[in-house]
Design a protein around this ligand. Structure first.
Ligand SMILES: C[S@@+](CC[C@H](N)C(=O)[O-])C[C@H]1O[C@@H](n2cnc3c(N)ncnc32)[C@H](O)[C@@H]1O
Length: 263
């Protein structure tokens, strides 16, 4: 292990991330802020003819907003966490909605065949792969909103990064490059794109007053640029000066090594 100037060992980015509390990394304990629900529902044009399912609905805030502000026909929240579902039930009972339901179930075994819109923010690849089989069987026209990345192998229908609409029947993407470029809406990724998209993601999932926004944005933008570079869709083969600077800052001030991720 290398020791840098401040006598602290240097750790790789992936080891640093693995050292954070599990709930943060898995997204398990991340509750989307209200403004994100509103942005998502406006983007998908949610309305009175829609039946919304929020998979992994947490405290039920998304269900309440869909019913109260977007007047959906029906809204169903599903979460495997009993405590969160209890919270959601209390919230929805207070509001006295006739057309809402919250279910304490594992989404892998749930039924949502009547959905017209599904909010599905999961990063666990095993869950995503298993859910794909269910999503593919849904009615044509059903929209599945994902956050940050489209469903695997699919070209998104519409993107307002980090929100992505995937629509049944899914359009297959030729390769990862085509998918990446469809998500970012550019021919190639440079530092400015990477920073802009990282910032949008951080704002979408973070609380409006989050104090560590900038740190997260730096890490996210490095990850976006490095992924683009490794997939052959970065705008240059050279590492852009800003990316070099931020890798230097992470290394020198936070003892986090990132450069080894570039293939
Ligand atoms: C934002 S979602 C995403 C969590 C997920 N671990 C991921 O891959 O990012 C978080 C919510 O999903 C719920 N959840 C996680 N796995 C679930 C499952 N298999 N079925 C239903 N809800 C689930 C959690 O209880 C939490 O309220």
């Amino acid at each position: 292990m290398k020791i840098f100037g401040n006598n602290q060992p240097i750790i790789k980015l992936e080891d640093y991330l693995a050292s954070l509390p599990r709930g943060i990394i898995s997204g398990e304990d991340v509750q989307l802020p209200d403004h994100s629900f509103r942005e998502i529902f406006e983007f998908v044009n949610l309305g009175e003819n829609d039946i919304l399912y929020h998979l992994g609905c947490g405290n039920g805030k998304g269900i309440a907003i869909a019913l109260e502000e977007f007047g959906v026909k029906k809204a169903v929240g599903i979460d495997v966490d009993r405590k969160k579902i209890e919270e959601a039930r209390i919230l929805l009972r207070e509001k006295n909605f006739a057309n809402s339901q919250v279910l304490n179930e594992d989404i892998l075994y749930s039924h949502f065949n009547d959905a017209t819109v599904i909010l599905f923010w999961f990063t666990d690849t095993k869950i995503i792969e298993m859910m794909m089989e269910k999503f593919e069987k849904l009615e044509n026209g059903c929209k599945i909103i994902t956050i940050w990345g489209p469903l695997p192998g699919c070209l998104p229908e519409k993107v307002d990064f980090p929100y992505i609409i995937n629509q049944v029947p899914f359009k297959p993407a030729k390769d990862l490059q085509e998918q990446l470029l469809a998500v970012f809406g550019t021919k190639c990724i440079d530092f400015v794109n990477a920073w802009e998209y990282a910032e949008r993601y951080t704002k979408a999932i973070g609380a409006p007053d989050a104090g560590n926004d900038r740190f997260l944005t730096i890490i996210q933008s490095l990850v976006i640029w490095i992924n683009a570079k490794n997939l052959g869709v970065a705008c240059s083969d050279e590492i852009p000066p800003a990316i070099k600077n931020y890798m230097g800052i992470l290394r020198n001030f936070f003892n986090i090594e990132v450069e080894h991720l570039i293939k």
